[in-house]
Each structure stands twice: as C-alpha cells, then as structure tokens.
Design a protein around this ligand. Structure first.
Ligand SMILES: NC(=O)CC[C@H](N)C(=O)O
Length: 220
C-alpha cells in the first residue's frame, strides 16, 4: 500500500489559508490524505506533519500559549516533519535577535539564530527569482519567485547538520559589504525553515518538497 500523509497547518494567526490552498492543489499529485487546520492538542496529535505559517511570531506564540499547545508544538517540532515559513521560521528557531522588548517564546527546535525584520518594514517587501538546486528533483523548468515580507534571515547556523538550501545574492538585507548573501532556507533533520512566503505564489514546489520530506519520514 502507498503511504499517505495527513498535513496540518497551524491556524492561530497569519497566512494559514494560503498554505492550505497550496497543499490542496497538490492532492492527486502527491500522496496527501488530508489537509487540516490545527488549533488544538487533539488536532496536532492527528497530523503527520505541520506547517507553521508566516504572520506575526510574537502573536502566534502568545495565542499558542493561551490555547495550551505551546509545549505540544515544541515536542512535535523536535520529532515530526515541521516547516516554519517567515514568522514560523522565527518560532521554530532556537534563537532570535531583534525581538520585541521582553523577548518572545520560541519552539527552540531548529539550531539557527534568526534576525527578525532583517529586510526592513512592510514597505520594503520584495520579490526575487532564484534558481534553486534543491527543487530540481521536482522540476527544474524555471527559477522560483521568492516573496519577502518583513522577513527574518538566518544569521547563524548553530549545528553542523543544518543544510543551507537558499541564500540571497550579496547586498540584500545587508548593511556591510560581504561576499556571501544572507541565508533564507535551511533543512535540519525533520525540519524545514524558510524566510519567504511560498504560499503566496502559484508555484507549489516548496510545498511539494515538504510533502516529500513528510512521506520520507513516514516510510523510514
Ligand atoms: N511575514 C512574516 O511572517 C513576518 C514575520 C514578522 N516580522 C515576525 O516577527 O513575526
């Protein structure tokens, strides 16, 4: 029998509807049995993999704490396929800088340091097309169009097992000249962390990449 995955999207705040839409367009393409909104411990326990969307990381953490699922999310992220996009990447990380006064709760799972709002404010949002080697096993026909909205960047990788997947060309979001651009996508064991918003484009290759991570984890 072919294994299928039930994918959850954390639906407390932010762009969860858009992720659900992207995943639904992959039904029939990848072995997805179900796509569900996750707000409770029970819903979290029912999924094989989880997407934590972009939005506002401090708000998502606060709501998760009030709903009593912050610790369950921490445990899930440590052990099951979990993808954090933008605010979700911040939450997933072990460390964040440029946080609001008083700091913020993190899931403490992905061993990287992220810098919040590294590219400036909402008006500084931008898109950039980049060829992306890790997506080539899905389709190499075109560059991926990356959308950055008050995005974080990964400013330090704190475990040698973290794989760098995408870096921006030098100059983007950097105040000092550097040969290397900022890192915006990483993979680490069961986790995927991306600074951008793949759910805001009609190109679903990043969602496909994550579904395949989840399928691989299930068949291991
Ligand atoms: N588009 C986004 O998800 C922005 C993230 C936001 N800057 C935060 O700190 O949570």
């Amino acid at each position: 029998m072919v294994k299928t995955v039930r994918i959850g999207v954390l639906a407390l705040q932010g762009a969860f509807i858009e992720h659900i839409h992207s995943l639904n367009t992959l039904r029939g393409v990848e072995h997805i049995s179900d796509v569900v909104e996750v707000r409770t411990k029970e819903e979290l326990a029912s999924v094989d993999a989880l997407i934590i969307p972009g939005g506002e990381s401090t708000s998502i953490a606060l709501i998760a704490e009030r709903c009593g699922i912050l610790d369950d999310l921490r445990e899930f992220a440590r052990t099951k396929p979990t993808w954090g996009t933008c605010a979700g990447l911040i939450l997933l990380s072990k460390q964040a800088i440029h946080t609001k006064k008083g700091g913020q709760q993190l899931l403490n799972a992905l061993p990287v340091t992220v810098s919040r709002n590294q590219f400036g404010r909402q008006v500084d949002s931008f898109t950039i097309k980049l060829t992306t080697p890790c997506l080539e096993s899905i389709s190499s026909e075109k560059a991926f169009e990356y959308v950055f909205i008050r995005a974080p960047a990964i400013v330090s990788v704190d475990d040698p097992e973290v794989e760098s997947l995408v870096s921006l060309p030098p100059g983007y979001g950097q105040t000092e000249a550097s040969e290397n651009g900022l890192l915006v996508a990483v993979k680490y064991r069961n986790m995927l962390g991306t600074s951008f918003h793949p759910e805001l484009t009609s190109d679903n290759r990043w969602h496909q990449y994550f579904v395949r991570m989840a399928l691989d984890a299930g068949s291991a």
